[in-house]
Ligand binder design. Structure first.
Ligand code: SER
Length: 608
């Protein structure tokens, strides 16, 4: 079966079940500021899941293009992708569990449709907790489906051992509850379908967790029974209408239909990988090239779709995710030994493969090629600077006989050098790299990023940490600039940073004039344009005060404090993290200046 046939079969099946077919929404959500990308088919439909009438009726089906960056570090294994397509059918207050499960089973197993083997099918259901009961109804409906084809299907016990008889696995909220994590909106228990991709390994008999981790079971479809609304206080209320939201992964389903065991061996990736082979003169079948080629093909496919839907590389929000994807791809290209610009050449293959299904790729070809070329050129210049830096580092590290983990990490975070590249160059110069210490630095950095991005929606900005670090540095510059423009009475009264903007509350009596705002912006942008390094020193609180570092009034500090200084412009006691240098910030703009409370003003600003 081809991808085209699979999309068509799915839509035809649900047309027979009286569903109206609706087009894919863009990967950039149109009316949902809480997410950066459309990570699932539900985003464009949220108002209708909440009760608004959809012009096409109560039963809908579609193929939705999605971008999900939450699994970005997993890309390269057999099934995780940044860009994928989701086949979905929707009930907006119409049918519920019975029809949804019956139709899923029929579509997967009936000879007329996918004709997959029901003996290789395993399903999970919600095990119940204080918010909602165990989903006995779904268990029963699944048992009836399996019974129709002579299969006895029991629910697995607490040990989660799965075998031929126990193929229904009850799991908790982490696995079997779908909906907006950490924010409000429609959600509910779900039931997921997994297919055994390696029956040649003998009878299934292991814990569910191991079977998934070892890639024996591949998730292909998720039916969500959305009957709750998660409220701001994290409680769940029953919604007026019961909805169904299903999502079947197009790429993964083609994997099981074509008897493969990974998404990269399907037609969704093979033409792209062939082109990477040509450009790199390496073979995909060689283990050391495989992962890099998978990452390049996934990331550049996602980048192509993102640019077509209006995203351009930048230092914030969506543009920043795009930038990271392109840069990661360029680095992997370097590891593969590809010389010269190549990202747009890969995009050309993506465009030609997908433009009939997604005509926007054809329409935006010029923009896609140009944006990729520009970003790649810029990044290659940074890499060149990194090459100079690594030569210096090698010279300094001679006596220690190895490059320290800290220096190797600096090459990664500032010049985009992956460890493999640093190791390779070091090897050529007969010197080692302290990998253990590198990984420690890397982990510390990741933990910071995670903490900062913890509040964000699942599937959102994987690198929110770095974006927040830049906004944090911008906050220091802003406070320093305000003191220059308005006077020394200005001190920080509060600060709040999201992945997208900063908010600073500061003491000042009057509304700022347009000239004052302009002057403040100008000072900050001047400091940014000078690309001043952000220096961090540890010292006693006393020393910090002696050097005139600003501290937040009323804050308790330990014996030693960190002082972040930006040359003579700003120095503040602060926990970080910050950008390495102001040049990473981009253009600073004040979006709003308003009263916060008596004698306190509030500024909201962004980096563009
Ligand atoms: N929203 C669910 C998912 O993404 C089903 O479409 O898995």
């Amino acid at each position: 079966m081809t991808s085209r046939e699979l999309r068509q079969k799915y839509l035809d099946f649900f047309k027979e079940k009286e569903h109206a077919i609706i087009p894919s929404a863009p990967v950039v959500p149109e009316n949902d500021p809480t997410v950066l990308f459309t990570t699932a088919g539900m985003h464009p439909l949220v108002p209708f899941l909440m009760g608004e009438k959809h012009p096409k009726g109560k039963r809908l089906a579609n193929v939705q293009k999605c971008v999900r960056t939450v699994d970005i570090d997993e890309v390269g294994d057999n099934r995780h992708l940044t860009f994928f397509e989701m086949l979905g059918n929707w009930s907006l207050g119409d049918y519920f569990k019975r029809e949804a499960i019956e139709w899923s089973f029929e579509f997967i197993t009936s000879e007329k449709w996918l004709g997959l083997d029901p003996r290789r099918l395993y399903v999970t259901v919600f095990e119940g907790d204080e918010d909602a009961v165990r989903d006995e109804e779904s268990i029963r409906i699944w048992q009836e489906q399996f019974a129709k084809v002579g299969i006895k299907a029991e629910a697995a016990g607490e040990d989660r051992i799965v075998n031929y008889e126990k193929r229904i696995i009850p799991l908790g909220k982490d696995d079997n509850w779908w909906g907006p994590a950490g924010k409000t909106g429609p959600c509910g228990p779900c039931t997921e379908m997994f297919y055994d991709v390696s029956p040649e390994l003998g009878k299934v008999n292991d814990t569910f967790g191991s079977l998934v981790k070892n890639f024996r079971l591949m998730e292909i479809w998720n039916d969500v029974f959305m009957e709750f609304n998660k409220k701001a206080d994290a409680t769940f209320e029953k919604m007026k209408q019961q909805n169904v939201d299903t999502g079947m992964g197009l790429e993964r389903t083609l994997v099981v239909l074509t008897g493969k065991d990974n998404v990269f061996d399907t037609e969704f990736f093979q033409p792209i990988i062939r082109r990477i082979e040509e450009l790199s003169a390496k073979n995909y079948s060689e283990d050391e090239s495989k992962i890099s080629m998978r990452i390049v093909s996934d990331h550049l496919k996602a980048a192509t779709f993102m640019i077509a839907d209006g995203v351009l590389p930048s230092n914030v929000e969506r543009g920043y995710v795009l930038r990271r994807l392109i840069r990661r791809a360029v680095r992997q290209g370097k590891i593969l030994g590809i010389e010269g610009n190549f990202t747009s050449k890969i995009a050309e293959v993506v465009i030609s493969e997908y433009k009939e299904v997604y005509p926007e790729l054809g329409r935006e070809t010029e923009k896609i090629i140009e944006a990729l070329n520009q970003e790649e050129m810029k990044f290659r210049q940074t890499l060149e600077k990194g090459l100079k830096k690594i030569k210096e580092i090698i010279a300094e590290s001679r006596s220690a006989e190895k490059i320290s983990g800290e220096k190797a990490f600096h090459l990664f975070s500032t010049y985009g050098f992956p460890l493999e590249l640093t190791k390779e160059i070091a090897r050529e110069h007969g010197i080692a790299v302290d990998e253990e210490s590198y990984h420690e630095h890397f982990k510390k950095h990741q933990e910071l990023s995670r903490t900062v991005s913890a509040g964000m929606f699942k599937g959102g900005l994987a690198d929110a940490g770095e974006s927040a670090a830049r906004l944090h540095t911008a906050t220091h510059l802003l406070l320093a600039a305000l003191r220059k423009v308005l006077g020394d009475h200005v001190i920080q009264k509060g600060s709040n940073i999201t992945g997208e903007r900063l908010r600073l509350d500061f003491s000042h009596e009057k509304k700022m004039t347009p000239e004052e705002i302009q002057k403040t912006e100008g000072l900050v942008n001047e400091a940014i344009s000078k690309d001043i390094p952000v220096k961090c020193e540890e010292m006693t609180l006393e020393d910090a005060q002696k050097m005139g570092a600003m501290g937040v009034f009323g804050e308790k500090y330990g014996d030693k404090v960190k002082v972040y200084s930006i040359f003579d412009f700003s120095s503040e006691i602060c926990g970080g993290p910050h950008a390495d240098a102001t040049g990473a910030l981009g253009n600073f703009r004040i979006k709003k200046e308003e009263a916060s409370s008596a004698g306190v003003r509030r500024i909201k600003a962004v980096l563009e």
